[in-house]
Design a protein around this ligand. Structure first.
Ligand code: ACO
Length: 434
C-alpha cells in the first residue's frame, strides 16, 4: 500500500467486496477509511487497544515511536523544551502557531486573571476526607467547574470554547495546590497575579500565610519543562477519553474530568507515582536483581514502573530531556547522592543491558525521571499524577476543541465482537408468577 493509491480493494474468493479509501497524512502511515465496511460487507474491524486504528484526524501532535520523534504542531519537543516557556507551548497547541510577543503577553495575562477559583468551590473540598487521593478530589472538583460557568458553556461557540480552555489551564494548578493544602490541613493560598504560571503554582503549594516563599529559578525551569513535556501526546488513553466523552456534546469541564480519571491509572499517568513507590519498595541497589527477575517472570504481575510505552519502541525523547533536567535539579539541590536517584540510575543501567528489556524495546519513559524530579522539588508523591494532569490539560482541551470544530465529528460509538450466550429463554422455574 502506498499513499499514491487512492483506494484499497477488499477481495474475497476473487470477488471485490468493497473499495476502501486511503488517506495520507502529512507524516506517518496512511489510513484506510473503513466507515463503509459494515454496510458493504456486514463485517466489523477488531482492534482492542486500538493498535492499528486512527480514531480521528488531528493536526496537533505527531509521534514516530520507532524513531523517538515527538512534534507539537510540527515543532520538535527538544526545541520547544529548550527555547519556549510552558504558556508559549500552550498557545502553540491551542492556536497552531507560536505567538508573537504581544499575543503572548495578552494570553499570559488572560490566564493569570483566571487563576482564582470561585470561592464557593472551596466548599467542595470539605466533603472529602483529608487523606483522600488528590486525583479523586481533582476528578470531582474539575468536573464541578461546569456548575459555575453557565454563561460560557455553548460548545458550538468558538468564544466559549476559548474561554473554557483559558479557565481550565488557569484553574487546574490552583485546584491541584488546594488538594495539597487540604490534605496537609493548611489554609488555601490565593494565586498571586505578580507571579508567572509555574512560580505561582509553587507559591500556592509551598507558601503559608506566615511564611514568604521565593521559588528557586532552577526549580521553576524544571517544573516548566515537565509541563511542556506532558502538554500533549496525541490520541493517548486520557485524550481519547476526553474526545469520546465530548463526542456526545458533554461540556469541557466534565470531559476533562473524565480525562483526569483515565490518567490516574498506573498504566498511564499514575506511573510517575508508581515509580517512586517502586523505588521506595526496592529500597537498596542490592535488591534490584530480584525485582528485575520479578519483572521478567510471566507468572508475576509486577512490572518495572516507568519502563515501556505503547508507542515508543525507542528511547522516549521526553525521557531524554527529563533525564538532563533531573541532573540539573539534583546538582542545584546538591542531591546527587540521593538514595532514590542512585537506585533509579542503577535500575536504568541494568534494564538497558538486559536482553528481556532490549528484545521488547522497553526503554525508560518520561515518568521514570519526572517522578524523581518532582520528588526533589518537594512535591508529595501522591500529587505527582495531578501535576501530569496540570501539564496535559492544554492537550485535552485542544483535542476537545479540535473535535468539536471537525465537520466529520459524530458521537463515538465503537462496535464489538459479541462472545456471550446466543439467544435463550428464561427457564420456566425462573418465571415470575403474577
Ligand atoms: N516491565 C516488565 N515487562 C514489561 C513492561 C514493564 N514495565 N512493559 C511491558 N512489558 C512486557 C510485557 O510483559 C510483554 O511481554 P511478553 O511479550 O513476554 O508478553 C511485552 O513487554 C509487551 O508489553 P505490552 O503490555 O503488550 O505493551 P503495551 O504497549 O500494551 O503496554 C505499557 C505499554 C502499559 C506502558 C507497559 O509497558 C507498562 O505497563 N509499563 C509500566 C507502566 C508505565 O510506566 N506506564 C507509563 C506509560 S507512559 C505515560 O503514560 C506517560
Amino acid at each position: 500500500m502506498t499513499s499514491k493509491r487512492q483506494k484499497l480493494s477488499l477481495v474475497a474468493e476473487a470477488q471485490t467486496l468493497c473499495e476502501l479509501p486511503l488517506y495520507p497524512g502529512t507524516l506517518g502511515p496512511d489510513v484506510i477509511d473503513v466507515q463503509a465496511l459494515y454496510q458493504a460487507t456486514g463485517l466489523f474491524t477488531y482492534d482492542p487497544g486500538f493498535s492499528s486504528t486512527a480514531s480521528c484526524r488531528s493536526a496537533i501532535t505527531y509521534i514516530d515511536g520507532d524513531a523517538g520523534v515527538l512534534l507539537y504542531r510540527g515543532y520538535p519537543i527538544e526545541q520547544l523544551a529548550e527555547h519556549c516557556r510552558f504558556l508559549e507551548v500552550c498557545y502553540l497547541i491551542l492556536h497552531g502557531e507560536l505567538p508573537d510577543p504581544d499575543p503572548l503577553r495578552a494570553f499570559e495575562r488572560n490566564i493569570t486573571l483566571h487563576t482564582m477559583v470561585h470561592d464557593q468551590l472551596s466548599n467542595f473540598f470539605k466533603g472529602f476526607r483529608r487523606d483522600a487521593h488528590p486525583m479523586a478530589i481533582l476528578v470531582g472538583v474539575v468536573g464541578a467547574l461546569s456548575a459555575f460557568y453557565h454563561e460560557a458553556l455553548d460548545i458550538r461557540s468558538g468564544r466559549d470554547r476559548e474561554m473554557s480552555a483559558i479557565r481550565l489551564i488557569a484553574k487546574v494548578p490552583t485546584i491541584v495546590a488546594m488538594c495539597h493544602k487540604y490534605s496537609t490541613g493548611m489554609p488555601f493560598m490565593y494565586p498571586q497575579n505578580r507571579l508567572g504560571y509555574v512560580e505561582n503554582f509553587l507559591y500556592m503549594m509551598h507558601a503559608t500565610p506566615c511564611d514568604e516563599y521565593r521559588p528557586n529559578p532552577v526549580l521553576v525551569n524544571a517544573l516548566d519543562r515537565i509541563l511542556i513535556l506532558h502538554a500533549d501526546h496525541e490520541q493517548n488513553a486520557s485524550t481519547s477519553t476526553v474526545r469520546l466523552s465530548g463526542s456526545s456534546g458533554a461540556n469541557p469541564y466534565a470531559c476533562v474530568s473524565a480525562g483526569i480519571a483515565c490518567l490516574w491509572g498506573a498504566a498511564h499517568g499514575g506511573a510517575n507515582e508508581s515509580v517512586l513507590n517502586m523505588l521506595e519498595e526496592i529500597g537498596d541497589v542490592s535488591r534490584i536483581p530480584a525485582y528485575i527477575a520479578r519483572a521478567k517472570d510471566r507468572n508475576d504481575p509486577f512490572r518495572l514502573m516507568g519502563f515501556g510505552h505503547r508507542v515508543y519502541k525507542n528511547y522516549d525523547p521526553r525521557a531524554r530531556l527529563m533525564r538532563s533536567t533531573c541532573h540539573e535539579v539534583l546538582n542545584e539541590l546538591d542531591l546527587h547522592d540521593d538514595r532514590l536517584f542512585a537506585l533509579a540510575l542503577e535500575l536504568e543501567r541494568i534494564a538497558l543491558e538486559d536482553d528481556y528489556f532490549i528484545g521488547r524495546k522497553l526503554y525508560p519513559n518520561v515518568d521514570f525521571y519526572s517522578g524523581i524530579v518532582l520528588h526533589a522539588l518537594g512535591i508529595p508523591t501522591k500529587l505527582f499524577t495531578a501535576l501530569f494532569a496540570m501539564g496535559r490539560t492544554v492537550g485535552w482541551i485542544a483535542h476537545w476543541a479540535e473535535m468539536i470544530s471537525d465537520p466529520e465529528h459524530r458521537i463515538g460509538r465503537p462496535r464489538q465482537l459479541y462472545t456471550g450466550p446466543a439467544r435463550r429463554d428464561v427457564p420456566a422455574g425462573h418465571r415470575r408468577t403474577r
